[in-house]
Write a new protein. Structure first.
Length: 450
C-alpha cells in the first residue's frame, strides 16, 4: 500500500487510507502477497550464479508482457540521515543512464504503446513495465541498464527535489494520507517501519549527489534483484536474456538484515487539529508478520470486520447507526511485522461513540467469534479478489515479484489453500491475540475548535 510519476498504477489490496504513506512513489498501493493464482502454467524460478532471482511464467492468454525488476531496499533500510533516499532514487532512475538520454521512456516505452512506472515501500522498491510481448527482451535490457548504469546527474537531482517536495505537500494536504502516515509513526515508534517512505523535507533539500550515488551502489546489487517476466514469452529465451544482461554483475557480498520485531504497543491516544469539517479516526494494533502462521486468519478476520459494505463495522456504524461517512479495516503484512488498522471518517461529535462501538465489536469477536456463514463469505470474497488481481500478466508479475522479494514464491502459490483451511476458532483466537480493545494506538484528526 500506495505514491509522483504518472505513467502507471499497480494492483491494490490495502484499504485506500493506507496507500499513500506505505508506497512513496508511482503506484497507488502496496499489497501483501496474494493467494494461489488461477490454473495455468506454474512460474519458473531460477537463481543466477551472482544471486539474481528470475521468475518467469508463460502466459499465452496475454497479448502483452509484464516485466518487473524488484529491489530489496525500502524505507526500513535507510539510516536516519538517509530518510527518503530509496524513494528519491526510484524517481532518479528514469532520468537517464550512461547510454540512454533522459527522454528514453518516451520513445522506448510509450512510443511502442507501453507504460512504465515504479513504487517504493517500507520493504522494497520495484519497477514495472507493460509492453507488446515481442519487446520482452528489450524491456529486460532497459531495466537492467537503469538498475546499475543510471547517471544520477547533479542538475537532474536538483530539479527532482521540487517534484518530491511537492509530493510531500500533497500528501500532507490529504487528511487520510496524513492520518495513515502518522498512525504508522505512532504504532511503530522507534522502529524502521515508523519512518516516512517519502522522507523529510530537510533531508531532501540537503541531499547531495555523492550521498545518493553511495546509496545506489550499496543497495542496487545482484543479491537484491528479482526479475519477473509474465506473458506470451518462451522461458529459455527469457532466461538467456536475464543471464546476458544481469548475470555478469559481480556479487556484492552484502547481506540484507531483517529488522527486529517492534516493541509491544504502548497504548496511546492523540488528537490533532486540522482544517476541515469532518473528523478522521484511526485505531491500530500490531499484527503478525508476513510469514507467520496466523496471517491467513488475520486476513479473513479483517475482511469480516471491515473490507466491504456488508462487513461488520460498515454495516453497524454506517448503515444501521449512521455514525460515520465511511469505515474500513485493513491488514498490512510486512516482512518483519504487521499492522491492523481501523479508519473512520465521521462528524467530530461522534468520535467518542464510534470508538466505543468499534471496541465493543472487537470484544464480541473475541468472545463469540464468527459464524460459519461469515467465514464462508470471507473465503469466497478473498478468492474472488485474488483471482481478479491476478487475471492479467501485470497482476501475476506483481504477486510473484512481491512474494520472492519479501517472502517465498512457493508460499505465495499455496496461500489460497491456507485461507480455505482457516476455522472459526482460529479467527476468534486471532481476534483475542491481536485486537486487544484495551491496548491500541489511537489518532484522531479533528477540525479546529472555534
Amino acid at each position: 500500500m500506495v505514491p509522483s510519476l504518472t505513467r502507471m498504477s499497480c494492483p491494490a489490496r490495502l484499504a485506500p487510507v493506507l496507500l499513500a504513506f506505505l508506497v512513496g512513489s508511482a503506484c497507488s498501493a502496496v499489497t501483501p502477497p496474494s493467494p494461489r493464482l488461477p490454473e495455468g502454467s506454474m512460474p519458473t524460478l531460477r537463481i543466477l550464479a551472482n544471486g539474481v532471482r528470475v521468475v518467469i511464467q508463460e502466459f499465452p492468454a496475454s497479448d502483452v508482457v509484464a516485466v518487473q525488476l524488484w529491489v530489496g531496499v525500502g524505507a526500513r533500510d535507510e539510516a536516519p540521515p538517509e530518510l527518503g533516499l530509496a524513494h528519491y532514487l526510484e524517481h532518479m532512475l528514469f532520468k537517464g543512464t550512461t547510454t540512454r538520454t533522459p527522454g528514453f521512456v518516451d520513445h522506448e516505452i510509450e512510443g511502442v504503446g507501453g507504460r512504465i512506472n515504479a513504487g517504493t515501500s517500507l520493504d522494497h522498491t520495484y519497477y514495472h513495465v507493460v509492453l507488446p510481448a515481442v519487446r520482452a527482451v528489450a524491456a529486460i535490457e532497459m531495466l537492467a541498464d537503469i538498475s546499475v548504469n543510471s547517471t544520477l546527474r547533479e542538475e537532474t537531482l536538483d530539479l527532482e527535489k521540487r517534484v518530491v517536495l511537492e509530493e510531500m505537500r500533497l500528501g500532507e494536504d490529504n487528511p487520510r494520507r496524513h492520518l495513515g502516515r502518522r498512525l504508522y509513526e505512532l504504532l511503530f515508534e522507534g522502529h524502521p517501519y515508523g519512518r516516512p517512505v517519502i522522507g523529510t523535507a530537510e533531508i531532501i533539500r540537503g541531499l547531495t549527489r555523492e550521498t545518493l550515488v553511495a546509496f545506489y551502489r550499496r543497495h542496487y546489487v545482484p543479491e537484491s534483484f528479482v526479475l519477473v517476466v509474465v506473458g506470451r514469452v518462451r522461458t529459455p529465451e527469457v532466461l538467456a536474456a536475464a543471464e546476458r544482461m544481469l548475470g555478469w554483475l559481480p556479487r556484492s557480498g552484502v547481506a540484507r538484515f531483517l529488522p527486529s520485531a517492534p516493541a509491544a504497543v504502548r497504548s496511546q491516544k492523540l488528537q490533532v487539529e486540522r482544517p476541515g469539517t469532518q473528523a478522521y479516526l484511526g485505531l491500530a494494533w500490531l499484527g503478525p508478520k508476513l510469514d507467520h502462521a496466523d496471517t491467513p486468519a488475520v486476513d479473513l478476520l479483517v475482511l469480516i470486520l471491515g473490507q466491504s459494505r456488508s462487513s461488520r463495522l460498515p454495516l453497524m456504524l454506517r448503515e444501521r447507526l449512521g455514525l460515520v461517512s465511511s469505515v474500513s479495516a485493513s491488514y498490512s503484512a510486512l516482512e518483519a511485522a504487521g499492522a491492523v488498522t481501523v479508519i473512520a471518517q465521521l462528524e467530530p461529535a461522534n468520535l467518542a461513540r464510534v470508538e466505543a462501538e468499534i471496541l465493543r465489536e472487537l470484544e464480541r469477536l473475541s468472545k463469540r467469534g464468527v459464524t460459519g456463514a461469515e467465514l464462508r463469505r470471507a473465503v469466497t470474497a478473498a478468492e474472488a479478489r485474488h483471482a481478479f488481481s491476478t487475471e492479467t500478466a501485470e497482476g501475476r508479475a506483481y504477486a510473484f515479484g512481491l512474494a520472492e522479494t519479501v517472502w517465498r514464491l512457493e508460499e505465495e502459490l499455496a496461500y489460497v489453500d491456507r485461507l480455505r483451511s482457516v476455522t472459526p476458532d482460529q479467527i476468534r483466537s486471532a481476534a483475542r491475540r491481536y485486537l486487544d480493545p484495551g491496548r491500541y494506538t489511537r489518532l484522531a484528526l479533528v477540525p479546529p475548535s472555534r
